[in-house]
Design a protein around this ligand. Structure first.
Ligand SMILES: *[C@@H]1O[C@H](CO)[C@@H](O)[C@H](O)[C@H]1NC(C)=O
Ligand SMILES: *[C@@H]1O[C@H](CO)[C@@H](O)[C@H](O)[C@H]1NC(C)=O
Ligand SMILES: *[C@@H]1O[C@H](CO)[C@@H](O)[C@H](O)[C@H]1NC(C)=O
Ligand SMILES: *[C@@H]1O[C@H](CO)[C@@H](O)[C@H](O)[C@H]1NC(C)=O
Ligand SMILES: *[C@@H]1O[C@H](CO)[C@@H](O)[C@H](O)[C@H]1NC(C)=O
Ligand SMILES: *[C@@H]1O[C@H](CO)[C@@H](O)[C@H](O)[C@H]1NC(C)=O
Ligand SMILES: *[C@@H]1O[C@H](CO)[C@@H](O)[C@H](O)[C@H]1NC(C)=O
Ligand SMILES: *[C@@H]1O[C@H](CO)[C@@H](O)[C@H](O)[C@H]1NC(C)=O
Ligand SMILES: *[C@@H]1O[C@H](CO)[C@@H](O)[C@H](O)[C@H]1NC(C)=O
Length: 737
């Protein structure tokens, strides 16, 4: 059966408004495979090899390309970064990254972000969006943690499902990454992740399982070794009887760029379907050969060490994913050139794919992801009464626009943090920094704005003296290692949890002179905030990594146009030891790559803190509002295969607001699970006095553990506890079944 999906996208070109046609025919996998098989039968060996092999990192029009088969109308498929927007090119939106989507705890916004992202990828002619990332934030310092959906597997799974569903609804292929146990930057090209089978399934694999359920087109195998074998050469992961295929994955497996560390036949026979980028790269401790070259895969097929049927299967999987989303008809051609990110050269057609709707969505997510960590009752504090403000100080380098000519991957951190650095970063060209949005808002209402837009520890408090309010901006950043820079001594992973550039001292110096100090934190993850109880600090907004519309989104929250509803998708504790994991920075012995032993098993973040009676400064799922909510009427009804949990949320305050009710499950003791695990969330918008019944359903798998002996999800017998509340520790209703 063919379903006709109709979508339309309005895209701005450099000079005029153009409409990109996003009509496509969605096919079933069976229909797509029938077409793919028929095409494979017509291909020569060279054409087949060309479809599974990157054309070379430095010749590629996109971040990755394979060769076209013009005689059959098959384009050179374009695979491109990044998970938060098209890069490196111009005329695109800088969407908020995955961690911001997670902070909204809103499936609606997660999916809308996927749709908008993919409209821009499609508009640029990109076949495969290299995202979403779903690597659990196992350690808070992990360099690329912000690309994914935080520290909980269920939240990552829902983020992955919604994002992929959104992306593929516009006919763009998504790529679930990085498979698997890709949780730190140090030694990533070959570290040996030692993860037991149960932990693997319940924590790191779970988001990939949800991706398969979203019919994801492709999965990217990671740089590291898993269980002693490179992920891209690991049949237990990607082979015919490996995890992905066991669970019904029908698309193709593509290597991360340079993640093929073994021979062409090793990789192909293990289950790798496409190699990228197609040439030798040498970065930080390894030569990568992939299918190197095209010649070696060809000779492996000719010699029989890769069976011809296996090569056919590789090609069929790639083409089936392409046919399934109807990319064989009416798909835009590539109109940019990643080799010239400045837009130069004749291959850059300078097509802008931005739209007002995308800008509005970025702003909405920026505001919805902001987490109000502290607010004093009544004035001062938030929201600000703009009409009454006469004198405002804005302090800190983080309020400023960053250097927009800082390589292609945001490696400077000399202004506001909207996203981390590396291949998951995006174009910053249209960033509206806090200073611009705030200054316009306050001066527009007649206030006098004083600034100190550096982290100078004397000038900051001087600017704050005698002001009605001082708004201090501080930040911390991390990113991808590899070919990217080491930023301020941080090799991808952060060195520590401190705010950068003496941020904490700046906050404390300002608070020492101003009784109405409001702190805005832009960060890729948890930071140490020893000053949160200082009474002169009347409000703290953890604005995270909000993307290009950072300034307008923040104004919405500070003025109360948007009532904050963001929740932290990780816990904020004072030190790394509270999290129970470390980043392994020492090399392995005698040389080469270290073992990273996932001995904490299921106890990551709040699960570890709950199990060890550690009280974080702010717990997973925490976030305040300008109104208050009351919970009541918990009801639990059971069937053989599911549990229905219902309850009522009432806005018992005076302004409209969105509550994020969360459902945590406590397993029977014998199950060996953490004290509680997230199993549901919702975003409920309520006017003052209004209430709504919320229903959450637990499917059988969500009440199961992964049982290694039987290799299956098994629901333990015994009594389960139900915790419903406003965070992982603010439990308002208790029940059991
Ligand atoms: C495609 O070809 C493969 C390999 O021969 C076969 O297993 C599969 O059933 C075929 N699919 C369809 C839909 O024809
Ligand atoms: C690790 O490898 C061993 C030996 O091949 C295998 O028995 C075991 O199932 C693997 N573990 C996982 C989690 O894949
Ligand atoms: C995935 O594809 C199958 C078969 O084509 C379909 O039944 C199912 O609804 C799809 N799932 C989603 C989430 O789109
Ligand atoms: C959009 O593309 C579809 C499929 O290629 C085609 O049938 C349709 O006529 C196109 N619509 C417009 C408005 O160009
Ligand atoms: C695109 O813009 C760049 C930079 O302004 C310019 O050098 C180039 O010629 C433009 N390309 C086209 C096709 O207009
Ligand atoms: C703030 O806005 C005023 C009025 O437009 C302008 O004069 C001033 O330069 C702005 N300050 C900053 C730091 O942008
Ligand atoms: C709060 O600010 C006032 C100045 O307005 C200062 O005298 C006092 O010491 C500050 N308190 C703290 C705890 O910093
Ligand atoms: C990892 O830790 C477990 C549990 O402590 C231990 O059994 C295993 O040998 C360790 N593996 C490595 C490679 O150190
Ligand atoms: C709203 O409900 C909460 C939780 O029951 C309660 O603590 C708070 O006092 C209530 N607020 C008002 C204004 O009634």
């Amino acid at each position: 059966m063919s379903l006709l999906a109709l979508f339309s996208l309005f895209a701005l070109t450099a000079s005029s408004l153009a409409q990109t046609n996003t009509t496509f025919t969605l096919r079933s996998w069976t229909e797509a495979y029938a077409l793919a098989n028929a095409t494979v039968a017509q291909l020569t060996l060279a054409e087949k090899i060309g479809l599974v092999t990157g054309v070379g990192q430095f010749n590629s029009r996109c971040v990755g390309n394979v060769s076209p088969v013009p005689r059959l109308g098959i384009p050179g498929l374009c695979l491109n970064d990044g998970p938060a927007g098209v890069r490196p090119t111009k005329g695109v939106s800088g969407f908020p990254p995955g961690i911001a989507a997670a902070s909204t705890f809103s499936r609606r916004l997660m999916r809308a972000r996927g749709v908008a992202l993919a409209e821009e990828f499609r508009g640029k002619g990109i076949n495969v969006h290299l995202g979403p990332a779903m690597d659990l934030m196992r350690n808070p310092k992990a360099g690329r943690g912000w690309e994914s959906f935080g520290a909980d597997p269920y939240l990552n799974g829902e983020g992955a499902f919604e994002t992929i569903t959104g992306i593929q609804s516009v006919g763009v292929m998504a790529c679930a990454k990085h498979f698997i146990a890709n949780n730190q930057e140090h030694w990533r090209y070959g570290l040996i992740a030692d993860v037991d089978d149960r932990t693997l399934h319940e924590m790191y694999y779970y988001p990939f399982l949800r991706s398969i359920e979203a019919n994801v087109s492709s999965v990217m195998c990671s740089y590291n070794q898993f269980n002693g074998t490179s992920a891209c050469h690991n049949a237990n992961l990607i082979g015919p009887n490996g995890l992905l295929r066991r669970d019904g994955f029908q698309g193709f497996v593509v290597s991360d760029w340079g993640a093929t560390h073994d021979s062409a036949s090793d990789n192909a026979n293990a289950g790798l379907d496409m190699e990228q980028p197609g040439d030798d790269i040498f970065i930080g401790g390894g030569v990568f050969n992939g299918f190197l070259g095209i010649g070696s895969l060809t000779s492996d097929v000719n010699s029989g060490s890769v069976p011809p049927a296996r090569l056919d299967q590789m090609v069929a999987r790639i083409l089936a994913a392409w046919y399934r989303l109807g990319q064989d008809s009416g798909y835009p051609a590539v109109n940019f050139n990643a080799q010239h990110s400045d837009g130069s050269g004749s291959l850059n057609l300078n097509v802008s794919v931005r739209s007002d709707a995308h800008t509005a969505l970025s702003r909405e997510i920026a505001a919805a992801s902001a987490v109000l960590l502290k607010n004093t009752a009544g004035a001062p504090g938030l929201p600000l009464n703009n009409a009454a403000l006469k004198r405002v100080a804005i302090i800190g380098q983080d309020a400023l626009i960053p250097n927009l000519n800082c390589g292609d991957s945001n490696q400077c951190n000399d202004g506001t943090v909207t996203i981390g650095w590396g291949s998951g970063s995006n174009s910053l060209l249209f960033t509206v920094p806090p200073i611009t949005a705030l200054n316009q808002t306050f001066t527009g209402a007649g206030a006098v704005v004083t600034t100190s837009l550096t982290n100078d520890l004397t000038a900051g408090p001087k600017a704050a003296q005698g002001q009605d309010v001082a708004i201090v901006f501080v930040n911390a950043m991390s990113g991808e290692l590899g070919a990217y820079q080491i930023v301020d001594g941080n090799e991808g992973d952060r060195n520590d949890l401190e705010l950068w550039f003496s941020g904490s001292t700046l906050v404390q110096n300002v608070a020492a002179v101003c009784k109405n100090t409001i702190v805005v934190v832009h960060s890729v993850g948890p930071v140490h905030m020893p000053w949160t109880t200082n009474p002169n600090i009347t409000a703290i907004v953890y604005a995270g990594a909000p993307g290009e519309q950072t300034g307008p989104g923040l104004v919405d929250v500070l003025l109360g146009t948007v009532n904050p509803s963001g929740r932290i998708p990780f816990s904020i504790a004072d030190d790394e030891t509270s999290y129970g994991t470390t980043i392994v920075t020492d090399p392995g012995f005698p040389l080469g790559f270290p073992v990273v032993n996932y001995t904490e098993k299921l106890l990551v973040d709040y699960r570890y803190m709950d199990a060890n009676n550690i009280t974080p400064r702010f717990e997973f799922g925490f976030g305040l509002s300008y109104t208050t909510f009351a919970y009541s009427d918990l009801a639990i009804s059971s069937s053989d295969t599911s549990q229905m949990i219902s309850f009522t949320v009432k806005n018992n305050g005076t302004v409209a607001g969105t509550e994020i009710p969360q459902l945590y499950l406590g397993y029977p003791h014998s199950a060996g699970e953490p004290p509680k695990v997230l199993r549901g969330f919702d975003d409920i918008l309520l006017g003052p006095g209004a209430s709504q019944q919320v229903v959450m359903t637990l499917a059988q798998r969500e009440m199961s553990i992964w049982d290694t002996p039987t290799q299956s999800w098994v629901r333990p017998s015994g009594t389960f506890s139900v915790f419903v509340g406003a965070s992982s520790r603010d439990i308002r209703l208790n029940g059991s079944f």
